[in-house]
Design a binder for this molecule. Structure first.
Ligand code: NAD
Ligand code: IPM
Ligand code: MN
Length: 347
């Protein structure tokens, strides 16, 4: 099985390296890895954040393991050349529309959560985030108003087919868990969200066994820290899902803990931590690789049919945490590589 390895920028290569060590230990030589240039690293090497060779590799691969993109050196480039376009381009070109971001608290990390331990203990949810539409992909630009002011604009839109297909992923995910789906929108203000809510209700008729509720995104942000245990599955649009998942990560201990899978309708998947390239700690061995290691486990489970191996990795992460492995984001002092060592030792 061919895995496209796209390490990217900043801490991306550091966390990918640890995930590859863990995959090698668990799968032997069942996987072959082919590396591709992506993000700022690709721009600097060949002048484009998502070179055609990388896109071709991603299309050919059975699954994609992605680190992170983003480089402060590139923030002044024209938007289509910026590193972030690589992840947006991969999601769009491969039709990767369903981004699953599970957030649960490993019991050993109760002290790392930003919430009181008894509140944090209850977090076990999945955010199902749409990643092919919304304000991310609408018409955007800069213009000058009649008064001569600079004005930026980004069009937010969803059509009913886009909402229906992500709603189905939300209902299916809830059905396989505790049977509760919370759809998060801003239907009190946005037409995009009104359509979202209407379509989610229409799709819900096919899932009478799932309990659906709706929440405005501002309330959802508050509820997530008040009592995260109330959520089973959250389905939401691209922008709200981006924001709520970073927030959920801190309820679960650290942004360095949350993995993700982004799937298309052919069940091809891109697997990545939810965090970015963390330029503030890049190159210092301070990054927590567990989100990427857990993303590799999701890859084994969802794209490669290796559920037992995925279980082994997740159990090893829990055992490493139980043995006291703590990178700085978790309040400890050990390095990225030592976190990898701890998982390998537990395996
Ligand atoms: P970020 O997620 O990179 O970092 C936010 C904070 O969390 C930083 O203080 C960072 O040090 C910390 N952090 C992140 N991951 C960590 C880990 N594994 N271990 C320990 N600490 C960790 O977000 P940002 O600073 O807003 O963005 C930096 C760059 O990353 C930007 O260019 C942004 O566009 C990009 N980004 C890319 C992705 C992606 O590739 N999918 C996701 C988010 C942000
Ligand atoms: C993420 C990131 C990306 C997003 C950026 C880098 C385009 O924040 O994967 O969460 O907003 O989707
Ligand atoms: Mn994000």
């Amino acid at each position: 099985m061919l895995i496209a390895l796209l390490p990217g920028d900043g801490i991306g290569p550091e966390v990918i390296e640890q995930a590859v060590r863990v995959l090698d230990a668990v799968t032997g030589d069942a996987l072959s890895f082919e590396r591709g240039l992506v993000g700022g690293a690709a721009y600097k090497a060949v002048g484009h954040p998502l070179p055609p060779e990388t896109l071709d590799l991603a299309r050919r691969a059975d699954a994609i393991l992605f680190g992170a993109v983003g480089d402060p050196d590139c923030d002044a480039l024209e938007r289509h050349l910026r590193p972030e376009q690589a992840i947006l381009g991969l999601r769009k070109e491969l039709g990767l529309f369903a981004n699953l971001r599970p957030a649960r608290l490993f019991p050993e990390l109760a002290d790392a959560s930003a919430l009181r331990p008894e509140v944090a203990a209850r977090i076990d949810l999945v955010i199902v985030r749409e990643t092919n539409g919304d304000v991310y992909f609408g018409e955007k630009g800069m213009r000058t108003t009649a008064d001569g002011l600079r004005e930026g604009y980004d069009i937010m839109s969803y059509n009913e087919a886009e909402v229906a297909r992500i709603a189905r992923v939300g209902f299916e995910t809830a059905r396989a868990r505790r049977g509760r789906l919370c759809s998060v929108d801003k239907a009190n203000v946005l037409e995009t969200s009104q359509l979202w809510r209407d379509v989610v209700i229409e799709v819900s008729r096919d899932y009478p066994d799932v309990t659906l509720n709706h929440m405005y995104v501002d309330n959802a942000a508050m509820q997530l820290v008040r009592d995260p245990g109330q959520f089973d599955v959250i389905v939401t649009g691209n922008l709200f899902g981006d924001i709520l998942s970073d927030q959920a990560s801190m309820c679960a201990g650290s942004i360095g803990m949350l993995p993700s899978a982004t799937l298309n309708s052919r069940n091809q998947g891109l697997y990545e931590p939810i965090h970015g390239s963390a330029p503030d700690i890049a190159g210092q061995g301070k990054a927590n690789p567990l989100a990427t290691i857990l993303s590799a486990a999701m890859m084994l489970r969802y794209s490669l049919g290796k559920a037992a191996e995925a279980d082994r990795i997740e159990a090893a992460v829990a055992a490493a945490l139980a043995a006291g492995a703590r990178s700085p984001d978790l309040g400890g002092r050990i390095s990225t590589a030592e976190m990898g060592d701890a998982v390998l030792a537990a395996l």
